[in-house]
Design a protein around this ligand. Structure first.
Ligand code: FAD
Length: 288
């Protein structure tokens, strides 16, 4: 299908883009990589009258480490995240997730800001964003807002973003302890989207005790979630195979799973338990 007629504008700065959003309200939409928005427009699931193309604002694409944080600009592509030396060294689960998104064309155009603003329940990044306890920095008419990841993903394709706000940056605090992280997924074969994807971030002390951990799960429910019961069961433990298996049995406790032609709800819940164990094991190996 062909998208409904729309106007198109390229703002010179993020501030201009916010002003345009403020002026045009629900009639306007931000365009970043266009990987998700354009197909939705072609299917007439979205019909904005104005596209505000932020894809050419150069200062929004970066990965840098500053004052104990890794800062990732909203327009940084999946490919740049996958291949960033800093991300590979400090946040390998995020590099894993980026490298598993779609194919090379998708990774060259798609952006981290677009992906998390879109909040597809099967998107890869949200698992890592939650597991790393990231902060989402937005810009709106009244200035910046810092939203913790735990409060950002509200439901299927619904986030805490206000209609006149733009994602500016993702911040992840760096840790000095012995840290490892990994992201693993069972992909839907045609698109690559996650049927289940799990990011694990572990902090260990010198004797191998898990002092802290974050486990984010995507693809299973209407929004990505933290496996809080598994995290609590493992905190303070030196995880043997049995301890890890028992803790991961709780990974999808209380979750209402999605069901579709790709996987039943029960299968997704089971994948969450299995992939949680594998992702934690991989993260521990990396920390070692
Ligand atoms: P756009 O499509 O431009 O925008 C998406 C939405 O976010 C729109 O509503 C837009 O208004 C809004 N938006 C964009 N940027 C901002 C911002 N900075 N602030 C506020 N709102 C903003 N994703 C996966 O996670 N895993 C996969 O395996 C995967 N496979 C894919 C396979 C194919 C064939 C395709 C086409 C896409 C796939 N994707 C997958 C989705 C891809 O990752 C997209 O890049 C991503 O979902 C959207 O990013 P974008 O930059 O293209 O955003």
């Amino acid at each position: 299908m062909i998208a409904q007629k729309f106007d198109y504008i390229v703002p010179a700065s993020l501030g201009d883009a916010v002003n345009l959003l403020q002026k045009h309200g629900h009639r306007a939409k931000i365009l970043a990589g266009g990987n998700s928005l354009i197909p939705m427009m072609k299917l007439r699931l979205a019909a904005p009258e104005l596209l505000i193309d932020i894809g050419r604002i150069p200062e929004l694409s970066y990965v840098k480490e500053e004052s104990g944080k890794i800062r990732i600009g909203a327009l940084t592509t999946h490919h740049l995240i996958q291949t960033s030396d800093l991300i590979q060294r400090r946040l390998p689960a995020l590099a894993d997730a980026a490298g598993l998104i779609g194919d090379i064309q998708v990774r060259n155009k798609g952006t981290i800001g677009g992906s998390i603003a879109h909040a597809d329940p099967a998107a890869d990044y949200p698992a890592s964003i939650l597991a790393f306890d990231a902060t989402i920095v937005t810009l709106g008419p009244t200035g910046e807002r810092l939203i913790p990841a735990s409060k950002f993903f509200l439901d299927m394709m619904t986030t805490a973003l206000e209609p006149n706000e733009i994602v500016r940056e993702i911040q992840i605090a760096t840790k000095s302890a012995k840290v490892g992280s990994a992201y693993l997924k069972m992909a839907q074969k045609a698109s690559g989207f996650a049927i289940c994807g799990v990011a694990a971030v572990v902090e260990l002390d010198s004797s191998g005790v898990l002092t802290n951990l974050g486990i984010g799960i995507t693809g299973v429910a209407s929004r990505a979630f933290r496996a809080s019961k598994t995290e609590a069961a493992l905190r303070g433990q030196k995880p043997s195979a049995d301890i890890l298996k028992a803790a991961c049995e709780k990974a999808s406790d209380g979750i209402i799973a999605l069901e579709d032609i790709h996987a039943s709800g029960d299968y997704r819940l089971d994948l969450a338990r299995i992939y949680a164990r594998r992702a934690i094991q991989a993260a521990i190996e990396r920390a070692g």
